[in-house]
Design a binder for this molecule. Structure first.
Ligand SMILES: C[S@@+](CC[C@H](N)C(=O)[O-])C[C@H]1O[C@@H](n2cnc3c(N)ncnc32)[C@H](O)[C@@H]1O
Length: 317
């Protein structure tokens, strides 16, 4: 239940994040026994690079606390959609937190919003969407891949999120989102290879009072084709964004200190050489901020479009 509400103390059945370092995190379900590869119930012992952890021993510990392992220590954290995005088992390409934050902002999601997402994929975006729209909103998420639907469903259940999400196996390009969603949702989000094939279905699902359609596409050709379709269907105010991160490294570095004395007076050539040598020897440790040498590159283009109120009545199909 720990994705759903903030808690102080870990209880049996919670999902926790075991944090060893930024690139070594794991999600654990706090239970005494698990089923082994041989199909037998065995003690739930998790092996880390710093030693083994008896998972049920976490019951009663405070979230955020530091725990001893045989060869080191770890922190046990409350799960968040951001942490989940960093550690989830990838079944597909996923959307990462910087793009997710822009998507949520552009679609103007808030508690109570009703939204459609397709495809569900690995459920990375879904977890963040659910956090924004709950407790009174709802996420309808679709994927045509049976196994992905089944795994995502188990994860929503295990994370205590099932009441906020309806997950269906469906090819939405062929079948649409289903009559029960006609004119019911505030926004539609598309992350699939042919978003233009879903645009007409989206117009039927969006509320008569209007709504937003957002799609994520790695290639500009997908963006062009989908935008052309959006304009045909009466969408307005199309904008495409690319969210690029610039990481900063903050570190102490030894830097030469400039000696401005040598600039104040006239010197002979010999004086200047001596001064320059002295200046190079004088160094000081300073706190510096530098751009990282390599930066995360292109992920995808995010396009947002508005479906104006009562547009269905004006657009000639
Ligand atoms: C890139 S993944 C989505 C990843 C997801 N946004 C995330 O953050 O985890 C694309 C998904 O769309 C699904 N998909 C592709 N075409 C589809 C269609 N016509 N109907 C339903 N799902 C579709 C694929 O099965 C795949 O799981």
């Amino acid at each position: 239940m720990s994705f759903n509400k903030t808690k102080e103390i870990i209880e049996e059945g919670d999902v926790v994040i075991l944090y060893l370092n930024p690139s070594n995190m794991h999600s654990l379900e706090v239970k005494a026994k698990i089923v082994s590869k041989k199909g037998e119930f065995v003690d739930n012992v998790f092996q880390t690079t710093y030693g083994a952890l008896k998972v049920i021993s976490l019951v009663g510990q405070k979230y955020g606390s530091k725990i001893e392992l045989t060869r080191g220590w770890a922190h046990i954290l409350q799960p968040t959609p951001e942490l989940w995005t960093m550690i989830l088992p990838h079944r597909t390409q996923i959307i990462y937190s910087p793009d997710i934050s822009l998507i949520i902002h552009l679609m103007e999601l808030k508690p109570g919003s009703k939204i459609i997402e397709t495809g569900t994929g690995s459920g990375s975006l879904s977890h963040s969407l659910i956090r924004v729209i709950r407790p009174s909103g709802h996420l309808y998420t679709f994927d045509f891949h049976e196994q992905r639907v089944s795994v995502a469903s188990t994860e929503f259940d295990r994370h205590g999120l099932s009441e906020f999400v309806t997950l269906k196996k469906r090819d939405i390009c062929l079948e649409g989102f289903g009559e029960e969603l006609n004119h019911k949702v505030d926004a539609v989000f598309l992350d699939l290879p042919h978003p233009w094939l879903a645009v007409e279905h989206a117009t039927v699902a969006l509320k008569r009072t209007g709504g937003k359609l957002c799609f994520f596409s790695p290639c500009i050709e997908q963006v062009q084709r989908t935008c052309a379709k959006l304009i045909c269907e009466g969408f307005i105010e199309l904008n495409t964004y690319e969210c690029l991160q610039r990481e900063m490294n903050v570190q102490y570095r030894s830097l030469p200190i400039l000696d401005f004395d040598c600039l104040k007076y006239k010197h002979t050539n010999e004086d200047m050489t001596e001064k320059n040598e002295r200046r190079e020897r004088k160094q000081e440790k300073l706190l510096t901020v530098m751009h990282a040498q390599s930066l995360p590159g292109h992920t995808g283009f995010i396009t947002i479009a508005i479906f104006p109120p009562y547009c269905h009545y004006y657009v000639q199909k």
